[in-house]
Design a protein. Structure first.
Length: 262
């Protein structure tokens, strides 16, 4: 049974995993035995992240490139495979959000979100996928969102990008499953990170809303994503393809409870 989830000897590229949920998932793969490759556009952020990974005894390599730049991605994927070895696992985690009411949002800002969150995974997966196809094996995990299924005020671009990423995930599975490549997604719910710390306080309206709206009655901890990430990266998921696993404490399972219900 342990062998089903063992990632020893595997190499995992996790884009944008310099903090938060991306780092938590990358650490999970590392502790399951994977050799980590982390990308970001910022050398300083990568250097800080490298210290954090190594503090936990994890082997990590860092590469600076922009996931939206076709030529940069192509060049760096070739470089990674030459310097480190074949990429066995890809997690498309890099993403951005711009919270602007749709009627006020500039088209350039809308395009920027789509470019990072949807076009980026397409570009990275294309170049990694070609190499996986030649080897007839590979695992690709796209980081989706509850906004792959639901809308919310001020996140039109983000929701559009994550909805598109859900369908890109399904189409990647459709085209590449015959090459023994499993492409799936993880959709995180609301998680306790440094970014959400200011609103995760008692009495804050959004904190109270999330706790009451979530059947598990709490925010997720970053470590709650590790199991799904390791599962989708391991032999345990060899016949799982085109699925989105929502790690959300049950939010998508219910329309929520009325204000007058215990």
């Amino acid at each position: 049974m342990k062998n089903l989830f063992d990632l020893t000897g595997k190499r995992a590229l996790v884009t944008g995993a310099v903090h938060g949920l991306g780092m938590a998932m990358a650490k999970g793969l590392g502790h399951a035995g994977a050799e980590l490759i982390v990308n970001n556009h910022s050398p300083d952020m990568l250097n800080e992240a490298k210290v954090e990974y190594e503090r936990e005894g994890l082997k990590v390599h860092t590469y600076v490139f922009d996931v939206t730049d076709d030529n940069e991605v192509n060049r760096n994927i070739d470089l990674i495979e030459k310097e480190i070895g074949p990429i066995d696992i890809l997690i498309n985690n890099a993403g951005i959000i711009k919270r602007v009411p749709m009627e006020d949002m500039e088209a350039k800002d809308f395009r920027a979100v789509i470019d990072v969150n949807l076009v980026g995974p397409f570009i990275v997966s294309k170049y990694v996928g070609r190499k996986m196809i030649s080897r007839k094996v590979g695992k690709i995990i796209n980081i989706n969102s509850m906004m792959s299924e639901l809308g919310r005020n001020t996140v039109s671009a983000y929701a559009a990008s994550k909805g598109g990423l859900k369908m890109l995930t399904k189409n990647m599975a459709t085209e590449w499953a015959k090459h023994n490549i499993q492409t799936n997604g993880i959709g995180p719910g609301y998680f306790a990170t440094s970014q959400t710390a200011p609103i995760r306080v008692g009495g804050h309206p959004f904190n109270d809303f999330i706790i009451s709206r979530t059947p598990a009655a709490r925010w997720g901890n970053p470590e709650d994503l590790v199991g799904a990430a390791v599962f989708l990266a391991s032999k345990a998921s060899d016949f799982v393809n085109g699925q989105i696993i929502y790690v959300d404490g049950g939010i998508l399972a219910t329309i929520g409870k009325p204000s007058n219900e215990d």
